[in-house]
Design a protein around this ligand. Structure first.
Ligand code: HEM
Ligand SMILES: *[C@@H]1O[C@H](CO)[C@@H](O)[C@H](O)[C@H]1NC(C)=O
Ligand SMILES: *[C@@H]1O[C@H](CO)[C@@H](O)[C@H](O)[C@H]1NC(C)=O
Ligand SMILES: *[C@@H]1O[C@H](CO)[C@@H](O)[C@H](O)[C@H]1NC(C)=O
Ligand SMILES: *[C@@H]1O[C@H](CO)[C@@H](O)[C@H](O)[C@H]1NC(C)=O
Ligand SMILES: *[C@@H]1O[C@H](CO)[C@@H](O)[C@H](O)[C@H]1NC(C)=O
Length: 422
């Protein structure tokens, strides 16, 4: 327990001061921990020493006039009209190519799949613009949500705000950072208690599995399928999310389910909002979902990973863009069907609830208003977020400036409180 506390104390803030006051916590280590932005030891699962290195980085294959998809390029808004096939027949540049040993993949099946189809750089070192373009061209994510998710990815998981590069998996600081000496480590999407969090659909909790919070786990995929029975709907996924929460609460003494964990409901909504195919009546069925997860059922019923997170054959994407308002609505509805407490296991047997924005005393109220709902993700990006037991992530001035440039126009229109950078 003592060893686990040190990284948890990284930012030294006082959301859970009783932890900092516990005997045996050596405060002289806090400064050192603060410098290590991974919130975990530098080596081990997801760390730089085991992170693949591809010396021959090739950027994503751009959309062309022959195969325009949503015509989203250079991080700008595309057509926002879906219902088309991806990849288009004949578009060899975007056919599936399995990741090789030098390619980085991580906890997000949506981005892993996009990289396997070269909508993101195949080596997994991507950019803000590639992320914004790919989400629109492949999944018809709305421009507002595409920019928000990409910005959250870069700022929360310490992608690089100068190069605008991000690893979709492990720590590849030597390739993402403009100057590793100045920026410190940039853990990529594997970095824990940022975007990645406990009680994921198919990924282990960080502390119960030696830091491996990103590898596909077939047992968990099987649990999800047992609950959903081939219908990965909001109702069934809400049930499954509550089951995973209960599992983490029992098994993980460091279980933390903070405001950023609300993003997990958003990710779960992608199964029935972004992955279904027009050629399957837009139903979130097992053949479709298992293809995006690279999941294969064996004759004994178990599920294994085929290293082939793939767009299913003859797949056509959703017709209308999936926007910020759509996803926040799904987050709230999925949560309210099986509400759980936001907060964390303290390690001494109790669970402490937190407050943040629409989360009051650890719960989102069913009377949440439309503005609090639509501003919630923006607040996660721009405010100080309690992000692990006794700590908060406070966006730096650089991050707020970056977010202001990328997001302000959409979110100003919603009347969300604008972050101050001066
Ligand atoms: C820039 C955009 C995106 C970023 C930065 C991002 C990042 C992430 C991260 C860090 C996780 C891990 C969360 C956890 O701990 O469970 C995650 C999970 C997930 N993402 Fe994404 N994501 C993005 C877009 C997408 C899109 C467009 C899709 C869908 C097609 C998608 C589908 C999913 C799913 C289904 C999960 C849950 C996986 C699981 O729990 O097993 N994501 N994403
Ligand atoms: C997969 O998940 C199950 C259930 O949580 C867990 O017991 C098992 O250790 C995990 N397997 C691996 C290889 O991480
Ligand atoms: C949920 O899964 C059940 C099987 O457990 C399935 O029959 C049903 O269609 C799904 N129901 C909902 C409400 O999603
Ligand atoms: C899946 O569940 C949804 C939501 O409850 C329901 O409307 C739909 O009919 C179900 N689909 C199948 C194929 O059972
Ligand atoms: C895809 O469509 C083609 C042409 O209509 C058809 O021959 C093929 O069986 C389909 N494949 C799948 C997996 O649906
Ligand atoms: C939160 O809990 C405190 C203490 O129990 C109580 O005074 C307060 O009214 C609660 N707030 C809400 C919004 O439920």
């Amino acid at each position: 327990m003592k060893n686990c506390l040190i990284p948890l104390l990284a930012s030294g803030a006082a959301a859970f001061p009783f932890v900092a006051n516990q005997a045996g916590v050596d405060s002289s280590l806090l400064q050192a921990a603060r410098l290590n932005k991974r919130q975990q030891t530098g080596e081990g699962a997801g760390g730089p020493s085991t992170c693949p290195f591809n010396a021959n980085h090739v950027a994503a294959a751009p959309v062309t006039s022959q195969y325009p998809y949503n015509n989203a390029k250079n991080g700008l808004p595309g057509n926002g009209k879906g219902g088309f096939q991806v990849p288009a027949t004949g578009d060899t540049a975007h056919q599936f190519v399995a990741p090789g040993p030098n390619d980085i993949r991580g906890p997000c099946p949506g981005l892993n799949t996009a990289a396997n189809h070269n909508f993101l750089a195949h080596d997994g070192i991507t950019t803000f613009n590639e992320l914004v373009d790919a989400q629109q061209n492949v999944y018809n994510v709305g421009y507002d949500l595409a920019t928000l998710l990409a910005a959250l990815g870069l700022t929360l998981t310490d992608g690089d705000l100068v190069t605008e590069k991000l690893s979709i998996g492990c720590d590849a600081t030597t390739r993402t950072s403009a100057s590793a000496g100045l920026t410190g480590s940039e853990p990529g999407l594997d970095g824990h208690n940022k975007f990645e969090a406990d009680s994921s659909l198919t990924r282990n909790d960080f502390y119960t599995h030696g830091g491996d919070d990103f590898t596909f786990n077939g047992t968990l995929f099987g649990y999800m399928q047992n609950t959903c029975q081939g219908n990965f709907s909001r109702e069934n996924l809400s049930k499954y999310r509550a089951q995973r929460y209960a599992q983490s609460q029992v098994e993980n003494s460091n279980f933390y389910f903070g405001p950023l964990s609300a993003l997990l409901y958003g990710a779960a909504s992608f199964l029935y909002q972004l992955m279904p195919s027009g050629t399957h009546g837009y139903t979130p069925d097992l053949p479709t979902i298992s293809s995006f997860f690279g999941a294969h059922q064996q004759s004994d019923g178990s599920w294994t990973f085929g290293n082939d997170e793939k767009i299913p054959a003859n797949w056509t994407n959703r017709v209308t863009p999936y926007t910020n308002i759509d996803v926040t609505r799904e987050i709230v509805l999925m949560y309210l069907e099986n509400p759980v407490l936001f907060g964390g296991n303290t390690g001494s047997g109790s669970f402490d609830a937190i407050n943040f924005g629409a989360i009051k005393n650890g719960t989102i109220s069913s009377s949440i208003n439309a503005k609090d709902t639509s501003c919630f993700l923006y607040q996660l990006a721009t405010q100080s977020v309690p992000s692990y037991l006794n700590g908060v992530i406070t966006p730096t001035v650089d991050a707020l400036t970056f977010l202001g440039q990328k997001l302000a126009p959409s979110y100003k229109n919603l009347g969300c409180p604008q972050a101050l950078t001066k």
